[in-house]
Ligand binder design. Structure first.
Ligand SMILES: C[S@@+](CC[C@H](N)C(=O)[O-])C[C@H]1O[C@@H](n2cnc3c(N)ncnc32)[C@H](O)[C@@H]1O
Length: 220
């Protein structure tokens, strides 16, 4: 659009007038932004997801939870690595956080990847997870928790994650903001070996990954 306006202004007003240069400059920057965003969603996110799942080295029999699963990026990716296991996704389906966000879209994505039989979707809030304590072997959450705006509310969600993770279970949380804050909250909630890696440039804003493991139960 901006490039077309620049070309039109050049045709009518001549090449050396500021509207041509302003239009061309903003057009090129919009085009670059669009290319980077498209690369991020089609290539960068998938490659980061596969790296995270490789590192979690799933056996195939785990019960996995994806918090704020949206259209199912990690949910479906994890389900593809399961055989007897099951992948649960929970979300509030906020369309301002992800376009086309709905349980139907996520189920369609799971069907398209032929993993729907291993996937279960729930509507719910990360701050009040509708699952029993010590339920999941693996918990993942990608670019979801920063959408909870108040620090104490984010801490509530992290404590819920620690609660529903099984002793010895592992987590990976990917986010663009507040990850340094997550470290302390997770440790205080009984998560061990908490590490923060990154930055990863999937978008313009760097993403960091938090890794951790829930304290195993004491041996006999
Ligand atoms: C940017 S999208 C990321 C979706 C997906 N994890 C991905 O990587 O493509 C953030 C998601 O978090 C969800 N979300 C935001 N606040 C939430 C909350 N308190 N509990 C559960 N889900 C939430 C939104 O509805 C949205 O689907």
């Amino acid at each position: 659009m901006a490039i077309s306006l620049a070309i039109a202004s050049r045709a009518f007003l001549g090449p050396r007038q500021p509207w041509f240069l302003i239009g061309l400059g903003s057009g090129i920057s919009m085009l670059l932004t669009a290319i980077i965003m498209l690369w991020g969603s089609k290539v960068g996110k998938i490659s980061l997801r596969e790296g995270v799942l490789d590192r979690l080295s799933l056996r195939g029999d785990e019960v996995v939870l994806d918090i704020g699963c949206g259209r199912g990026l990690f949910l479906v990716g994890a389900a593809r690595r399961l055989n007897t296991g099951r992948a649960f996704g929970i979300d509030l389906w906020k369309t301002e956080d992800q376009s086309g966000n709905s349980p139907q879209t996520t189920l369609e994505n799971a069907r398209a990847e032929e993993v729907a039989s291993r996937v279960e979707i729930k509507t719910g809030d990360a701050r009040q997870l509708p699952f029993e304590t010590n339920t999941f072997d693996i918990i993942v959450s990608s670019w979801a928790l920063h959408n909870i705006y108040h620090p104490e509310e984010r801490a509530k969600a992290l404590r819920q994650i620690a609660r529903v993770l099984k002793p010895g279970g592992r987590l990976a949380i990917i986010d663009i903001r507040h990850t340094a804050e997550y470290v302390g909250v997770l440790r205080a909630a009984g998560i061990e070996e908490v590490r923060r890696t990154g930055p990863n440039f999937v978008f313009f804003i760097p993403s960091f990954i938090l890794w951790g493991k829930k304290q195993p139960l004491p041996g006999p």
